[in-house]
Structure formats: C-alpha cells, structure tokens
Design a protein around this ligand. Sequence first.
Ligand code: A3D
Length: 321
Amino acid sequence: MARKKIALIGGGQIGGVLAQLCALRELGDVVMFDIVEGMPQGKMLDIAEASPVDGFDVCLQGTQDYKDIAGSDVVIVTAGLPRKPGMSRDDLIVTNSKIMTSVAEGIKQYAPNAFVIVISNPLDAMVTLCQKITGIPHNRVVGQAGVLDSARFATFIAWELGVSVKDVVAMTLGGHGDDMVPLVRYASVQGIPVMELLEQKYGAEKAKEVMEAMVKRTRLAGGEVVALLKTGSAFYSPASSAIAMAESVLKDQKRVLPTCCYLQGEFGVNGYYVGVPAVLGEKGVENILQFKLDAEEQAMMDKSVAAVKGLVDSLDSILNG
Ligand code: A3D
C-alpha cells in the first residue's frame, strides 16, 4: 500500500513545525513548497537527519516546483505574511490574497484531489479564496482556526481550575477574529460545567468575571503571542492544530473538530466559511454537528459572521483593484 502524501505550501515558522510533526507521527511522506530558494530543501534535510534519532521512516522533500505536490492526499497552506505587533489579521488581506491566488492555482493544477487545510490569515477570507480558485468541492477545502482557538480556551480553563488540559472540553465557533464565539455553556471538565466549578470556587458574581476574562484572553490570544514574539505570530500551536485535522482525515478517525467549513444553512449561515464543529474523515467534512444556540450565543455568532462577511465580500475589489 502506498504511503500517504502531505504537501505543505509555505515553509516558514508554521510550515517547519508541520513538517516535523508529520515526520514524528509518520503521517506520510512530506513535500514542502516555498518560493525561497533552498529554504524548504534545507528544512527537510535538517528534519530527515533527525530521523535516526527519532526513529521515523518518511520521505521528506523541499521544492520550488508545484509538480512535486502531485498525488498529495492532504495539502496544508501556510504561505503568506504573518502579523507583526499592532497589526490585525485583516491587515494581511491584500498581500495574502495575491499569494493565495498563486498557491491555489498550483493546487488546482497538481493536487485537485487533495483535502486542503488553509491556515494563512485572514483565515476565513483565505479559505474562501482558495476554494474558489481551486474549484475543489467545499467539503474538501477547510480552514484551521477553531482547533487552536478552542485549545487556547481549554488551556486557560485548565490553568484556572488546576486540572489537566486532557480533561477540559471547550469549543469556539465563528470566525477567526476578535469576535469569535467561545461557548461558555458547553465548557466542561469531564462533563461538569466549568461555570459550576468556578461558582464553587469564587461565588456566582466573581465566577462570571473570571470566565469573562478567560473569554477575552481567548479572543485576543493570537495578539498576546504576537506582542511577545515581536517578529511574527504563533506557530507551534497552529501547526499542532492543523495536524490534528490532517490526521483525522488521513486515518479516517471521524474526530469532531471545530473547523472553518462552508455553510449552507447550518447555524443560519448560507454561502460563507465559518467555524463550526465538523466530523473529519476520509471524505473530508463528513458532517456538521448542529445544536441550538441560546439568544446570547446567537447574537455573538451573528456579530462574528457579519465580520467574516465584510472581509470576504471585500475580496473581489481587492483582487481586481
Ligand atoms: P512565515 O514564517 O512568514 O511563513 C510564511 C511562508 O510563506 C514563508 O516561508 C514565505 O516564504 C512563504 N511564502 C510567501 N509567498 C509564498 C508563495 N507565493 N508561495 C509559497 N510560499 C510563499 O509565517 P508563519 O508560518 O508564521 O504564518 C503563516 C500564515 O499563517 C500567516 O498568514 C499567519 O498569519 C497565519 N497564521 C494563522 C493562524 C491560524 O490559526 C489561522 C495562526 C498563526 C498564524
């Protein structure tokens, strides 16, 4: 049986961690494409030379030629500029739209049967553009944001309650912007509502404040890392998050992961990519799990979706202007 093949478009900070994680987990052979001469070749050689130490058997190749991504089962796109301090994700749209256009044309030509995970920002707009240009069915082009946003929320909850991150379930919905929707009502520790545990610890009033602070920190978590790094944005956690999605598809795990999916009526959204819980398996997005939002959650979702729509609707004028 042939090994699976993963193409990484963009070999920068996230791309490098993606390649190492693919290798360590033996998810398949990896091709890293980047426009910078020699860089992807150098990174892949460096990782390959760790294989006797770490004990993994995969082929690793760096390239400047889209031909080499042919036959990929999964393509993960990180090509594009990251944020610098003071920038919003939306500030990247002009440059990254141009980069995404060339990337999507390469995928369309050489890997039209792949499952594509976009990470480049602004995420919701870049995944929309990637699908439009590649023409790959919507259930096979998604964005990574929700796994990371949810992981950030879960991390803060675990720290606050002094429990293992493994026992926290927490999810965010909506766009990958500061209006994302962390779902407080469904956050739990082994099924026990987080709010109940916070109320026991602090009393009702203070519990609300503590949760509000965690929600705010989750929404602004990307910027917190950018402000500390000063030269770029988060890269370990976005890579881990995309790997969870890729692995679920490559191994047909059918994991339920918050995924930036194309919605056709789900959660009241039609014709836009928005973060929702999705079942990821060998067919790509195999199902979108719907549930009722309460009035407050729906209002937050509407606000987040409005921000996504504004950004996505500006794409045409950016590309033609
Ligand atoms: P960086 O380390 O700069 O890597 C980007 C790579 O893209 C560089 O190696 C470039 O050479 C390469 N590149 C530029 N133009 C092209 C092109 N036309 N074709 C192929 N490669 C090209 O950035 P990074 O890895 O830190 O971040 C990559 C992207 O992910 C940025 O847009 C970030 O904003 C975004 N990001 C998203 C999340 C999400 O959770 C959605 C989190 C963190 C970063």
